[in-house]
Every structure is written in C-alpha cells, then in structure tokens.
Design a protein around this ligand. Structure first.
Ligand SMILES: Cc1cc2nc3c(=O)[nH]c(=O)nc-3n(C[C@H](O)[C@H](O)[C@H](O)COP(=O)(O)O)c2cc1C
Length: 231
C-alpha cells in the first residue's frame, strides 16, 4: 500500500481533517501530513488545539480531557464508534498507521517530487487561497507543490473546499482544477442519512473522502444499503 498525503489549510472545518487522520491511521495507512500556518490558526480557533508547526507532535492534534469537556464541537465525538479515546491509542500503537510530518516550507520532502510514489493526496479543509494557488500552478509552499505534483503525475488529488457563497473566481478555479484531474469534494454533508450529531455530519464528509481514496469504512449508512445498522 502506498503512502497518502494529507494537507490542512486555513479554511473552516479543521475537525474534518482531525477525523480523517484518525480514520486513515486506524486503516493502517502511512500519512504524510503538512499544515499551513492559517490551518494552525483555525485549529486553535475551532478546536482549541495548539499545534507547533516547527516542533510538531501528532498528539498536538488531540484535545486534552479539559478541552474535550468544554468544547461544544468536540463533545459529540466522545464515546462513539471510533471516538477520541481510540484516537490517542492510534498515535501510540505501532500496529496502526503512522504520521510523517513535513513543515509547509520543506521543499526537500519526498512529496515535493513526482518520483516519490503515493496513493493520492487530500487537502482538507482547502482554503480558497490554496485552491487559487494550485489552479494557478504557483507551488509557493509544500502543500501547493505536492498538489501540483499529483496533478502532473495524474494521481488522485482530492480538494475539500469550504466557503459560502462562492464567487465566480472561486468557481472558475474549481472548474479549472476539476478539468486538470482533481476531485472537488466540498465539505457539504448530506442529511439523507438522518444525522443526529456533529460527528455524523463530519463522518459523512470524511466517509466520502475515504470512498475516493478507496478505503473501506462504515462511517455512514449508504443509500440503498439495508445491511448496515442504523435508522
Ligand atoms: C477562523 C478562520 C476561518 C476561516 N475560514 C475560511 C474558510 O472557510 N474558507 C476560506 O477559504 N478561508 C477561510 N479563512 C481564511 C484563510 O485562512 C486565509 O485566506 C489564508 O490565507 C489561507 O491560507 P492557506 O491556504 O495557506 O492556509 C479563515 C480564516 C480564519 C482565521
């Protein structure tokens, strides 16, 4: 199994990325992770997490017990089928997948080159700024460069944008990237699976990302599948 690349940028919805990492690690995948400075700001604003991009430790992506109790977004995640208590063991269990962190300015990282083989890249959440830079081929940081590499190598590139409403410039950038081979998978949960918690909504989006990465999961009840328990 080839490694995956996950990048977090400064759009709202950092909880999607934290959950995605958890699911990929539980699936036993090696993940090359890079985080933009704006993504670190949003992680702090939305989840109360303090991520040090110079001295990164994957455990920084875990809320403390105190944060878990006090943060309304995180409360819905506790004690479910793959809750945050499992998440902490994910980072310490060598049987699980692994995160290989790269600083966003490290162009020496393997993922900056097409000769480094991967099974695909996800940018989650993807800001309009990063989206525009990739559409313009700027490659100004490792995230944009790795995305550019995935496009030129004709590998999977899944972008999870979050913005509303969308300008014609943003829509044009998405169309351009879609035509270049990227999958535009907006953080836009459905409601037909009768979600009850924030985690249900998060899992819908993360599950759709996993579908496109060809990773098996039971994160939501599929339309038309009567074999899955649920409503
Ligand atoms: C709390 C917060 C929420 C934000 N939400 C969004 C958003 O939903 N979508 C977006 O495109 N930009 C959003 N931004 C703005 C981006 O973070 C900003 O454009 C930044 O330059 C993106 O840089 P990056 O793509 O390198 O991460 C947000 C910023 C902050 C501080």
């Amino acid at each position: 199994m080839r490694d995956l690349v996950v990048a977090m940028t400064g759009a709202s919805g950092s909880i999607y990325a934290v959950r995605l990492l958890e699911v990929l690690l539980v699936a036993g995948r090696r993940v090359h992770l890079t985080i933009s400075p704006s993504a670190a700001t949003v992680l702090n604003k939305e989840l109360g997490l303090k991520v040090n991009l110079q001295d990164f430790d994957a455990r920084q992506l875990l809320p403390t017990e105190e944060e878990l109790i006090s943060h309304p977004l995180l409360q819905g995640l506790e004690g479910s089928h793959s809750g945050l208590s499992d998440f902490s063991s994910v980072f310490s269990d060598p049987q699980q997948g692994k995160i290989i962190y790269h600083h966003h300015s490290d162009f020496m990282a393997g993922i900056a080159s097409g000769s480094f083989l991967t099974a695909g890249m996800v940018i989650c959440p993807c800001s309009m700024g990063t989206l525009a830079s990739i559409a313009g081929g700027h490659s100004e940081n490792l995230i944009q460069r790795a995305a550019d590499v995935h496009l030129k190598e004709r590998r999977k590139l899944i972008l999870v944008p979050r913005e509303t409403p969308l300008s014609s410039i943003q829509l044009g950038n998405m169309q351009r990237l879609s035509e270049a081979g990227a999958t535009i998978l907006p953080a836009m949960p459905g409601f037909y699976h009768t979600p009850r918690t924030i985690q249900d909504l998060v899992d819908f989006v993360v599950g759709r990302i996993c579908d496109h990465l060809e990773i098996e999961h039971k994160l939501f009840k599929r339309w038309g599948d009567a074999t899955i328990e649920g409503d």
